[in-house]
Design a protein around this ligand. Sequence first.
Ligand SMILES: Cc1cc2nc3c(=O)[nH]c(=O)nc-3n(C[C@H](O)[C@H](O)[C@H](O)COP(=O)(O)OP(=O)(O)OC[C@H]3O[C@@H](n4cnc5c(N)ncnc54)[C@H](O)[C@@H]3O)c2cc1C
Length: 499
Amino acid sequence: MDAAPDIDAVADESVVVIGGGFGGLSTACYLADAGADVTLLEKNEQLGGRASRLEAEGFRFDMGPSWYLMPDVFERFFGHFGRSPEEYYTLTHLDPHYRVFWKDGDRVDVLPDMAHNRELFEAYEPGAGDALDAYLEEAERTYEIGMEHFVYEDRPRLRDYVDRDVLRYSWGLSLLGKMQGHVEGYFDHPKLQQLMQYTLVFLGGSPTNTPALYNLMSHVDFNMGVYYPDGGIGAVVDGIVELAEELGVEFVTDAEVAGIEGRYGAFAVDTAGGDRYLADIVVSNADYAHTEQALLPERKRQYTEEYWESRTFAPSAFLLYLGVEGDVPELAHHTLVLPTRWEEHFAKIFDDPAWPDDPAYYLCVPSKTDETVAPEGHSNLFALVPIAPGLEDTPELREEYREVVLDDIAENTGTELRDRIVFEETFCVEDFADRYNSYDGSALGLAHTLRQTSLFRPPHRSNAVDGLYFVGGTTTPGIGVPMCLISGGLTAERIADTI
Ligand SMILES: Cc1cc2nc3c(=O)[nH]c(=O)nc-3n(C[C@H](O)[C@H](O)[C@H](O)COP(=O)(O)OP(=O)(O)OC[C@H]3O[C@@H](n4cnc5c(N)ncnc54)[C@H](O)[C@@H]3O)c2cc1C
């Protein structure tokens, strides 16, 4: 995608966008800006998709994403419309970026200060400070080449890779091995390996199934920084909705689409409530499998049920949103709690699905940075444990697992929460499936395994229905808020190129 994608060809088209996640919001902005008449239909009562907000008893939780990474992507997005993120929300650079507790009692903080991080690495392994510099240099190179040539530029066909420019970036070939081997080439200490690999959870993968080119995530977290938008990620949703409204997008919430009929120039999109919307073009940001399997007749699907069953889906999650009396001084805004050997946890996600007995998890305490997310004298905290998609999820299992997580937090971070919880809610596999129509209750969609990266992900344009397009985490470039924003631009370009 160029800095200024040429999508003027969509002017005068009418478009229905199904789903108001970041991908749907983004593509709606690009299309409306180019002159299209855009209506966005969202199933739920609020916009933002996985970035929904839960508000109760004076607490306001971001229900999904909480790490604001890759600020350059947001600048480029708003920049396309002659705006900047600061016109819509304010960012705070977090310090520390995050804290890690290992379950052997060890604890480290990763800071924006690289001298500190080098010393930290050196303390675990002589020479690891220099190795960190070398690793991050490579990660930066991967980021720069990868973003310009593979992320902002869509390459939906194999032949798009067979040109001289692309082959010149032979870095790609060496980075198609697995993350595990790549990281071992730099660091021997398992804890240092974990620090370079935890970001894979953002991509829904594990060190043994994710290609090494995703080392670029370490450039994102160490060099570019970890930010917090005041008001939470929900403030970013509000900002993009405001921009979309300025551009003329019409939003309809509580509008679950039940069926898509027709083709380019003559679509009818029906909602469960009995309303019908007519459009020239349809873009679905709803889960890809749901759109094809539930909204289209069989002859208009590109993929079979077997195709979806054979894919590797990213983890689901057990989420525990807690309103707590008092402070939680042991925790940072972002805290990771990791077993010293985490292979078993990954195995319980990808190989042999089960609720993990010794979980690796993430704790988010935005009230450390933002006093508006909790009543005075209280903390806003959520725990996120990645678990296998499709896992059995019952109220009893959740109750049992709540105990496991609260015990683990107390034991490994010294934070005793039980007696001071004043608000509590869980969200798990069944909720992902019900609220977002997510396949198997995956939190994130298709994992970024090598066979599910780039042209191996489902395409933006349906090859079975003329005029139907897709946007969001299951298509390219993939998972995460910045990627879904980029996906919106790529889908808009694909529409302009193919109508
Ligand atoms: C717990 C969690 C933590 C995360 N943490 C981070 C993070 O820290 N940083 C980060 O960058 N990313 C994070 N992510 C990933 C990120 O949130 C997602 O990749 C991204 O938000 C997905 O956007 P999307 O465009 O794919 O749309 P989605 O968010 O999936 O939205 C799709 C929308 O379609 C709607 N829909 C579905 N079916 C229909 C229908 N039939 N009719 C109408 N509407 C329909 C859904 O209700 C939903 O609103 C996290 C995700 C989760 C779940």
